[in-house]
Design a protein around this ligand. Structure first.
Ligand code: F6P
Length: 510
């Protein structure tokens, strides 16, 4: 057990077998008092399985871990990513640049890049281009894809499309409906060494025919130039921004193209407001702190192996996929910052989907399965469509599911019994504006960081993804059947599988 988390499990044991219904009966005020508001964002933690004494213990842990100081250090540009000797200054991209000279310099670079983005967008808008293809993967794809899917309007100046998967069907599908003469493309890669992006970029470059409509976003100007994209069509990225925290940078170029620069800036403003809240609100009123402490309580107190995120808003259907990278790439770690084994569970599996579709797929397991799955429900109070009956039904379902999971329902028939006692957090946005979405994403970013502080792990590296990439590079010649390459493969299972591959259709055949 991490020393910081001492005391948490004693409360979990004390509350074991205490139903949520009882917690609410004994302390009805918690319905309103275990809730916080930050601008258009309201969060209720009243259906979490802690009581006031357990919460006191959690906030004592937060004090001991100096969560407030950790947030300040993050925004100041301290080296919060020590294994790569870097700060993580995504906050500087959206306005919050506190004291340190490094953070202020980062802010200046971010503003200069925004200016360049605006110029490039204006130039594109003056021409014949109607469609943009964004090519990137992971942090260079999921954030822009989420925001564009959530906020782009049908009458936008540009339709933005995304290609990420190295599977050629991805490029084939996107390009099938587009005309090269009316399309521009942007390759987004912090490193510009990512196999998927380079292969897909090459496909799109050939398809475009005229590579003057090919743009790049990267830290690696040399590799971009080698690929054939000149500096005037390249937007910068920096080592002080992590890929999965980068949608606020020029990685958000597709967002700015789809939404317009003004709404992109509103997204940044929302995130900046959440940054300001995070560093100024006392811990007891601090939304990221509540969210992070709840996550750690559910993982290390209740031993929840998974966490579901269920947006009750079609526009947020990509949020679970986005959060999977943000949370699991950040917190999927097994050693402390100093290299010692953590010795307790860190990140659970994050998964989810949009309500109400998911009610008709996996909710059976949420209500009656043997595993308790904590849920983040997300709702949007005001819809932007005229179908009032649908919106009322959507919100009624959201409220009903959280209540049913918490309270359950008894029955003499065990098959019809709902055990209840299944925790959830409710996050409600007034409307899905760029500001509100910016706040919501920034809330998760800061919660993730604070969880990493509580677990004393590094939220900003991702060495775990490297081995598979290296092996894939090594195996490529053997898969392509290049002379002698198969002999270099020493793993017997891989050898057998390569034989299967060779027995099947030749790779790359149309
Ligand atoms: O494979 C993981 C990863 O390194 C992510 O962290 C990153 O967001 C993604 O690959 C893409 O990397 P890049 O932006 O360098 O192409």
């Amino acid at each position: 057990m991490s020393a910081l988390l001492d005391g948490l499990q004693a409360h979990a044991r004390r509350l074991d077998g205490m139903p949520l219904v009882r917690l609410l009966q004994d302390d009805p005020a918690r319905a309103r008092e275990f809730a916080l508001r930050c601008g258009p964002l309201y969060a209720s933690f009243a259906r979490q399985r802690y009581d006031r004494a357990a919460l006191d213990a959690l906030f004592a842990i937060a004090e001991r871990a100096d969560l407030a100081g950790a947030l300040r250090r993050l925004l100041d540009g301290d080296t919060v990513n020590p294994t790569e000797a870097r700060p993580a200054l995504h906050s500087a991209l959206r306005g919050a640049a506190t004291g340190s000279a490094f953070a202020l310099a980062a802010r200046a670079q971010a503003l200069a890049a925004q200016l360049r983005m605006r110029e490039l967008i204006d130039a594109l808008a003056a021409g014949p281009v109607t469609d943009i293809v964004s090519i990137g993967i992971g942090g260079s794809d999921l954030g822009p894809r989420l925001v564009v899917d959530a906020l782009a309007k049908p009458d936008a100046r540009f339709n933005v499309h995304f290609i990420s998967n190295v599977d050629g069907h991805a490029a084939q599908r996107v390009l099938a409906s587009l005309a090269p003469a009316r399309t521009a493309a942007v390759m987004i890669s912090k490193t510009f060494t990512t196999q998927e992006t380079l292969l897909n970029g090459a496909i799109v470059r050939d398809w475009l025919g005229d590579d003057t409509r090919l743009y790049a976003v990267s830290t690696n100007a040399a590799r971009v130039a080698e690929f054939g994209i000149p500096p005037e069509r390249t937007l910068p990225m920096w080592d002080w921004v992590g890929g999965r925290y980068s949608l606020w940078s020029a990685v958000g170029f597709p967002i700015a193209l789809a939404l317009g620069m003004q709404r992109f800036e509103q997204l940044l403003e929302g995130a900046a407001a959440l940054d300001a809240h995070a560093v100024t609100a006392p811990l007891r009123e601090n939304l990221p702190a509540w969210h992070a402490l709840t996550a750690v309580w559910n993982r290390n107190g209740l031993h929840a192996a998974t966490q579901a995120v269920l947006p009750y808003d079609e526009r947020l259907r990509l949020l679970p996929a986005y959060l999977q990278q943000l949370v699991m790439e950040s917190l999927g770690k097994r050693v402390h910052l100093d290299g010692r084994e953590v010795g307790i569970d860190t990140v659970p599996v994050w998964w989810g989907g949009a309500g109400t579709d998911t009610q008709h797929s996996f909710f059976q397991a949420l209500h009656q399965g043997t595993q308790v799955v904590p849920v983040d429900f997300i709702g949007v109070l005001r819809a932007e469509h005229p179908f009032a009956a649908n919106h009322a039904a959507l919100l009624a379902n959201l409220l009903a599911q959280s209540e049913a999971l918490a309270n359950g329902q008894d029955s003499e028939d065990p098959h019809r019994r709902y055990p209840g006692n299944r925790p959830s957090t409710l996050l409600l946005l007034e409307a899905l504006t760029p500001q509100a979405l910016g706040m919501l994403i920034a809330l998760y970013e800061h919660s993730v960081y604070l969880q990493s502080v509580l677990w004393e792990i590094n939220a900003f590296d991702q060495f775990g993804v490297e081995l598979g990439k290296q092996l894939a590079h090594r195996l490529l010649p053997a898969v392509q059947g290049r002379g002698g390459a198969a002999a270099q493969v020493h793993d017997p299972v891989t050898c057998a599988l390569l034989d299967e591959l060779r027995a099947g259709e030749a790779p790359g055949a149309a």
